[in-house]
Design a binder for this molecule. Structure first.
Ligand code: MN
Ligand code: MN
Length: 313
């Protein structure tokens, strides 16, 4: 198998079976570099549901994904062998069973020494992926987290596990190293001042939209820390963007990033060892003209470029 996308001249981009970036479907056991998959679970949302429909919608829109990155001058599909491995199994009405299935699915990919990108699902799906990575790499990961929200909130309705608590669990379970963790795109309102305590206690570096806009974007980009040899994970919640740029999401917050600011930040990140990532909280039933799914395709593209620039394991 050559792991190249289907040609748009042979099959126009609106045609053919939909896979991520029109890439071949492969078994995890085959030999390639990066596995793309869907994690269609939205049982952890507190407001608008529908993120379970994102993997199919993003596959559809990724027909418009092309392989050559203009500013990086890189043909990603010459640098990496990438394939669609389908969706992780989930149980739509049970978060614990889904967590076990998602963790096992990711562990199966890691066992074959591949990197991966997951398309959620709500943000609760990141936790089992991090659990699989923590076991595989035997140390806490460096963590880059785009979001409007901290996702370090307490239990809700007596439930510990939901889309707003995954980052707290990731720190408490020792899956990520808070000293090598940044959050980008954060903004209020918060439920109360207590929401800041966990971040302060663990000294997690937070970049609010105010921080990003205070001076020029170029000067902000220079402030971003470099990520070194530690296996690094990038989790991208699409609500980091303003709902004008990403309306199809579960808990929109106004005053967010633009698509262009997001691209500039992703292109400026220096990550020496990006091992996995995800794009979450895309909610197609609330999207307009597939704006948010199209954004997700571009985030996946930037993640692939960051992986190509990372060292070989
Ligand atoms: Mn989130
Ligand atoms: Mn969020």
């Amino acid at each position: 198998m050559d792991f190249k996308p289907l040609s748009g001249r042979e099959f126009p981009r609106y045609s053919a079976l939909k896979t991520f970036f029109r890439l071949p479907v492969a078994k995890v056991s085959e030999k390639f570099d990066v596995a793309l998959f869907g994690t269609p679970f939205d049982g952890g949302v507190s407001y608008r549901p529908g993120q379970r429909f994102a993997p199919s919608r993003v596959r559809e829109l990724s027909s418009l994904g092309r392989g050559f990155h203009m500013s990086r001058e890189m043909q990603i599909f010459d640098r990496l062998r990438v394939a669609d491995v389908g969706d992780s199994p989930t149980v739509p009405i049970d978060i614990q069973q889904s967590y076990e299935m998602i963790e096992n699915f990711a562990a199966g990919i890691l066992k074959t020494k591949k990197k991966f990108i997951s398309v959620g699902g709500d943000h609760s799906t990141t936790l089992p992926l991090l659990r699989a990575l923590r076991k595989h790499y035997k140390k806490p990961l460096a963590f880059i987290h785009f979001d409007a929200h901290f996702d370090t909130y307490p239990a809700a309705w007596g439930c510990e596990y939901h889309h707003g608590s995954f980052a707290r669990h990731a720190v408490e379970e020792g899956l990520v190293d808070p000293g090598q963790m940044i959050q980008i795109g954060i903004r209020g309102p918060l439920a109360g001042g207590d929401d800041l305590n966990f971040l302060k206690k663990n000294k997690i570096k937070v970049y609010t939209v105010d921080d990003i806009r205070k001076n020029s974007l170029e000067s902000f980009l220079k402030k971003l820390p470099r990520f070194g040899a530690t296996p690094t994970y990038l989790s991208f919640d699409v609500d980091a963007l303003d709902p004008a740029y990403a309306p199809g999401t579960g808990t929109p917050v106004i005053g967010g990033l633009t698509s262009y600011e997001t691209q500039k930040i992703l292109r400026s990140l220096k990550v020496a060892n990006l091992v996995a990532g995800d794009v979450v909280e895309i909610c197609p039933p609330y999207d307009h003209g597939d704006i948010t799914s199209l954004l997700a395709v571009d985030v996946m593209f930037e993640l692939l470029c960051l992986m190509a620039n990372s060292k070989k394991k």
